[in-house]
Design a protein around this ligand. Structure first.
Ligand code: PLP
Length: 443
């Protein structure tokens, strides 16, 4: 049993005891280059003194006060900090404890908006087959990660799924970006028509797909076209930036690069950078205003929302990222990483695609480059790469094919924003050995 039931996992996993910059340290003293920030979480690296001090100070004065009775200073300051930097009118900020909670809040906020504006029939979501939005029941329902959905299929909400924007496998040979975008927009349009536009509530997507397929960025123009289809039918656009947001792709919000502003956006991982568990949902003025001027209350909530210590930690993280110019470093080192991945894997017979934006990159593995045939799942390539990488002293985030079994195994790379050129070189060197070792093991 490989999942983390504590006490039973003891002995099968290394025990993390510390961290310094881009490295994690286990109880034997072994150092691991954190090449994926766990799952794109630790964007500031480990042991940052300013963040630790901010959390300690906050816990020393006020750790928690329930939002049913109080607000708190770090929550207000963090909300202002984020609202000042969010695109469009996405400046109404709601704090929860992580990505799945943020997804649930977003789905419910969208639904309540439709009730407030007198469109109660709108209760259907459309999402994409290549997606992960969290493991709680609502979030799992919109997600397209088949392996995670299957055991719970009968209890999930009925969500329609359309094709992702996945140029490597789905853009036809010779098909222009504009034609590919038009094809995907037409598919969404047809799906809305099939369901009945008056029943469709929102379309949900990750701007850059994370764990299900590995840093899959859309072709430019895709989200603008999707937004147009949604607007035409009165369907809301919800973007999930849990993994790709908060600077990871080279801009604070990933959607800025696609020139699109959703109605609701949510984020998590990089917000608190792992120093504290926290997520945030951003609602546009249209959504927020309808509820403010309607029932006046968003019918939702969790005990630990806007947790004072979590907000203080996230605020410190975001101030360091901005103050130290780390998003510029994401762009700079992202280019370095991209070049190093091309140098190491560009001619590799089992690497079909190298992709991503900023410090959110991936390689996709194939049995055969020409046909793009995937490895048989029984080769357990992703599991083998993870194990080999850990032996090498590298944390990376491999995943296996999940969209109807069509995509190959991939390895996601999402190192801390503080990474330096020498560490990028070390990361790619270790990754190369891990991939080749795993391929040899699987042969
Ligand atoms: N959305 C995306 C895009 C994610 O990658 C994840 C987690 O990996 C989630 C939502 C769920 O976040 P959490 O694990 O914090 O509940």
């Amino acid at each position: 049993m490989s999942n983390v039931f504590h006490r039973s996992c003891h002995g099968s996993l290394p025990v993390a005891v510390g961290g310094e910059g881009v490295y994690l340290i286990d109880s034997t003293g072994k150092r691991y280059l954190d090449g994926s920030g766990g799952a794109a979480v630790s964007c500031l690296g480990h042991g940052h003194p300013a963040v630790i001090e901010a959390i300690q100070k906050q816990v020393g004065s006020l750790a928690f006060a329930h939002t049913g009775f109080f607000t708190n200073e770090p929550a207000e300051e963090l909300a202002t900090f984020l609202a000042d930097r969010s695109p469009g009118t996405l400046n109404h900020v709601y704090f929860i404890s992580g990505g799945s909670e943020a997804a649930e809040a977003s789905l419910k906020l969208a639904r309540q908006y439709m009730l407030e504006i007198g469109q109660p029939k709108r209760c259907r979501f459309i999402a994409r087959r290549q997606s992960y939005h969290g493991n709680t029941v609502g979030a799992l329902s919109v997600g397209g990660n088949m392996a995670r959905r299957v055991p719970y299929a009968e209890m999930l909400i009925d969500v329609a799924h359309v094709s992702p924007c996945y140029p490597y496998r789905d853009q036809g040979p010779g098909e222009s970006d504009a034609d590919y975008v038009a094809r995907l927009a037409a598919e969404l349009d047809a799906e809305i028509e099939r369901l009945g536009p008056e029943t469709v509530l929102a379309f949900v997507a990750e701007p850059v797909v994370g764990a299900t397929a590995g840093a899959v960025a859309p072709v430019l123009g895709y989200f603008k076209a999707i937004r147009e289809v949604c607007d035409r039918h009165g369907v809301l656009l919800i973007l999930d930036e849990v993994m790709c947001g908060m600077g990871r792709t080279g801009t604070l919000f990933a959607c800025e690069q696609d020139d699109v502003i959703p109605d609701i956006l949510y984020t998590a991982k990089g917000l608190g950078a792992g120093y504290q568990p926290i997520g945030a949902m951003f609602a546009s003025e249209k959504i927020y205003g309808a509820i403010r001027d309607g029932s006046g209350f968003f019918q939702h909530g969790h005990t630990y929302m806007a947790h004072a210590a979590a907000c203080a930690g996230a605020l410190a993280v975001q101030k360091v990222i901005e103050g130290d110019g780390l998003i510029e470093n994401v762009r700079r080192q992202g280019d370095t990483l991209d070049a190093a991945l091309h140098e190491r894997f560009g001619n590799h017979q089992h690497v079909g695609d190298i992709r991503g934006r900023g410090l959110f990159r991936a390689i996709e593995l194939v049995a055969d480059r020409a046909s793009k045939a995937t490895f048989d799942p029984s080769a357990r390539l992703a599991t083998r790469i993870r194990a080999r990488a850990m032996d090498e002293g590298l944390v990376c985030y491999p995943g296996s094919g999940t969209i109807d079994g069509r995509n190959g195994d991939h390895v996601l790379i999402a190192p801390p924003f503080i990474i330096r050129e020498t560490e990028v070189a070390e990361l790619v060197d270790k990754l190369g050995r891990a991939v080749d070792g795993a391929l040899a093991d699987a042969a």
